[in-house]
Design a protein around this ligand. Structure first.
Ligand SMILES: *Cc1c(COP(=O)(O)O)cnc(C)c1O
Length: 225
């Protein structure tokens, strides 16, 4: 199937309130342009330098999402233009984003990554760490970031029930946080980023508002890079 056909079939299954981010990491410009021509404007990349390079070469109305683990020393490459940073997994990283956003005279929207998987390789805050951090003065004083939601990745398993439980736990935590009034202007939850090619249908059933889909749009991942 072509990229256009893949997109049509995925979009036909997405509820209207769910944003589709096409994950274009390692994909060449021609394929991204093809998805763009089919109407897509949200694209996600994992590597900051690759993201920054593609931004200069592709249409300016693309909303670029930094979706993967981000090293603090790479934030500067994407700070001038990035639309949303998904995987903020430490206070140190958030402080660096705040600093780079200030330099660029903007406020950068971010999602806090929460650790929900039963795998040791995934990054993120635990529920307790996240709730605690949001109430610290260190967080409240950050003026150039805004936490607009949460992101989580389920365990890479064929056990749908486990995946569902992990997504459900994140949705419950999201609901809990929205009912707490933290009284800060840098915190307003709207987005729940969960679900990729293998598990986005379950994620949507469990309340996802944004799915990050790569291989189901562009074909199998190219690992040579
Ligand atoms: C690569 C990646 C995706 C997309 O994965 P697919 O299985 O190709 O859909 C989504 N989220 C993150 C964080 C990724 O690194």
């Amino acid at each position: 199937m072509s990229i256009k056909e893949n997109l049509q079939s995925i979009k036909s299954e997405l509820p209207a309130q769910v944003t589709l981010v096409a994950v274009s990491k390692t994909k060449p410009l021609e394929l991204i342009q093809e998805a763009y021509d089919a109407g897509l404007r949200d694209f996600g990349e994992n590597y900051a330098q690759e993201l920054a390079e593609k931004e200069t070469l592709l249409p300016k109305d693309i909303r670029w999402h930094a979706i993967g683990h981000l090293q603090t020393n790479k934030v500067k490459y994407i700070a001038p233009f990035v639309h949303l940073i998904h995987a903020v997994d430490s206070s140190k990283l958030l402080e660096e984003i705040d600093k780079q956003a200030r330099k660029n005279k903007r406020v950068i929207d971010c999602l806090l990554q929460i650790y929900i998987a039963r795998e040791e390789t995934k990054f993120g805050f635990s529920f307790e760490e996240c709730e605690g951090y949001l109430q610290t003065e260190d967080f409240k004083k950050l003026e150039h970031i805004k936490i607009t939601g949460l992101m989580g990745m389920a365990t890479n398993t064929s056990d749908d029930k486990q995946i569902r439980n992990e997504f459900r736990s994140l949705k419950e935590f999201f609901e809990k946080l929205t009912t707490i009034n933290f009284e800060t202007s840098n915190f307003k939850l709207q987005t729940l980023s969960m679900g990729m090619s293998s598990d986005y249908k379950i994620a949507i059933e469990e309340g996802s508002t944004l799915v990050r889909i790569g291989s189901s749009i562009f074909g199998e991942r190219n690992y040579t890079k």
